[in-house]
Design a protein around this ligand. Structure first.
Ligand SMILES: C[S@@+](CC[C@H](N)C(=O)[O-])C[C@H]1O[C@@H](n2cnc3c(N)ncnc32)[C@H](O)[C@@H]1O
Length: 187
């Protein structure tokens, strides 16, 4: 596999996206909050047909230029505000890594419901999101953080292939809990 991430000076794909792909056959995928596309590029190289959305036009334009330069046929970058919670297609895999915490807290419930609704039967959701707990108060002023067990409850009825609320370290060294979940919708 050509290392497009390095070629364009990006970080490698999120490790949880790499792990999730061990369970998921390439399908129609949605990368929510794709930034400049480190995960979308990885998924496309595995054969997923990726819609990559972000509200930051600069990030989407950068990904569009990579897609054009590399003549990538299976990534569609789009500007989209996730807070709208109005997806218009269904997907076999929706990845939302380190993005939920930047959303409007009043919209997160609707965003997650919309993701669930637009996941095909037997399809997967991957979420990685910062938490704020009594043991580990979140040291970063994210607009939204998850509470203990909150994500598990929201995905009740789905098969949880992975669920943890482990302690992680931010780029700046701050420690906080992250909820990490790979869930499969009943077929
Ligand atoms: C920390 S980056 C994560 C990028 C990527 N998911 C990853 O794993 O590298 C968060 C991204 O969410 C995007 N974002 C924040 N709020 C958003 C919104 N309301 N709608 C769409 N994208 C949003 C930001 O522009 C940013 O690119």
């Amino acid at each position: 596999m050509t290392d497009l991430n390095s070629r364009y000076g990006m970080n490698p794909p999120h490790s949880e996206v790499v792990d999730a792909c061990q369970h998921i056959t390439p399908c129609k995928a949605l990368d929510m909050g794709c930034s400049n596309g480190r995960n979308a590029l990885y998924l496309s190289q595995l054969g997923f047909n990726v819609t990559a959305v972000d509200s930051n036009p600069n990030a989407i334009h950068m990904l569009q230029s990579i897609v054009a330069q590399e003549q990538i046929a299976n990534i569609e970058p789009r500007i989209y505000d996730i807070n709208r919670a109005s997806l218009d297609e269904d997907y076999g895999f929706i990845a939302c890594t380190v993005t939920l915490m930047f959303l409007d807290p009043a919209r997160v419930e609707a965003v997650l419901a919309d993701m669930q609704q637009h996941t095909l039967p037997g399809g997967y959701n991957l979420i990685v999101c910062a938490m704020d707990t009594a043991a580990h108060p979140c040291p970063v002023g994210f607009p939204f953080t998850l509470q203990e067990e909150q994500l598990r409850e929201i995905y009740s009825g789905w098969e949880l292939l992975k669920y943890n609320e482990d302690l992680g370290t931010m780029h700046n060294g701050a420690q906080l809990q992250f909820a990490t979940m790979l869930a499969r919708k009943p077929a």
